[in-house]
Ligand binder design. Structure first.
Ligand code: SF4
Length: 262
């Protein structure tokens, strides 16, 4: 778990899984792969196996050690719903989120079908109601692969559903925002970044405004993203859903909960 994050829409990252495989055009310049492969073959480094997918069970307990409430991006370096992550392991990650409920978790996936298939079953053994402190999101980079994920997300029980429209690769047109609580938009950054057009972003911003949905504009991106900033039409857009989570219960109770996991 990293206590801070440079990602604009979160406070911290937590990676109980490391590594992934590409599934759609949005993965082409995956920042996680670039970072992980840099360390391949370095003995003892967290990414000594590069971007090969690995479960990291020793990281599951990490949220219990944080006394301060955080927005936590779950698996910034992987995809929790990757086919190679066994369902019982996803259940263990959910248990940790469930019990360390003084944080708000942002679970983002491109494997929306598997999310829709597994999540109701995993939740069902714990509570009939989705917890307020676990947000579920899907990536939406284009019409062909990204937009169909929205329907799977809509069919998945969650207190907060969000779209990460990044990297936005084309005009995705009119999207059905029913049941969606938050939209993030961003352009690709780094070497070979594909350019995002202003009109594509405005279209999504305006749709969010009409639907009364918080809109967060992360960045324009580009090969040198700092040169382009994150203003759209003269201002930043940093709207987010309201956070709802429990208070930190104290160290002794946090330890007790840690020990009570299935
Ligand atoms: S799903 Fe995400 S983590 Fe996995 S390869 Fe694609 S961009 Fe990278």
């Amino acid at each position: 778990m990293s206590a801070t994050s440079s990602i604009e829409w979160t406070d911290a990252t937590w990676n109980p899984v490391r590594g992934c495989t590409k599934i759609s055009p949005g993965c082409k310049h995956c920042y996680a792969e670039v970072f992980a492969e840099r360390w391949r073959g370095i003995p003892g480094h967290a990414y000594e196996h590069g971007f090969d997918l690995r479960l990291v069970p020793e990281k599951i307990a990490a949220p219990f050690s944080w006394a301060t409430s955080k927005l936590v991006f779950v698996n910034s370096m992987s995809d929790l719903f990757h086919d190679s992550v066994p369902e019982p392991y996803i259940g263990r990650v959910l248990d940790a989120m469930w019990l360390a409920d003084w944080h708000v978790y942002q679970v983002l996936t491109k494997r929306a079908e598997r999310l829709a298939d597994l999540w109701p079953r995993l939740l069902g053994v714990r509570s009939p109601r989705p917890p307020k402190h676990i947000w579920l999101g899907v990536s939406v980079e284009d019409r062909k692969y990204g937009v169909p994920r929205i329907e799977h997300l809509r069919n998945t029980p969650a207190a907060v559903r969000f779209l990460s429209v990044e990297p936005l690769l084309e005009d995705i047109g009119v999207i059905d925002l029913r049941g969606i609580d938050w939209v993030i938009v961003g352009g690709e950054s780094g070497p070979g970044a594909r350019r995002m057009q202003t009109e594509w972003v405005r279209s999504i911003r305006d749709q969010c405004k009409d639907a009364g949905i918080p809109f967060f504009f992360k960045q324009w991106g580009g090969v040198r993203k700092n040169e382009h900033g994150r203003e759209l039409d003269g201002r930043t857009h940093d709207d987010m859903p309201e956070r709802s989570c429990a208070k930190y219960p104290g160290r002794a109770e946090a330890r007790r909960r840690l020990g009570s996991r299935r």
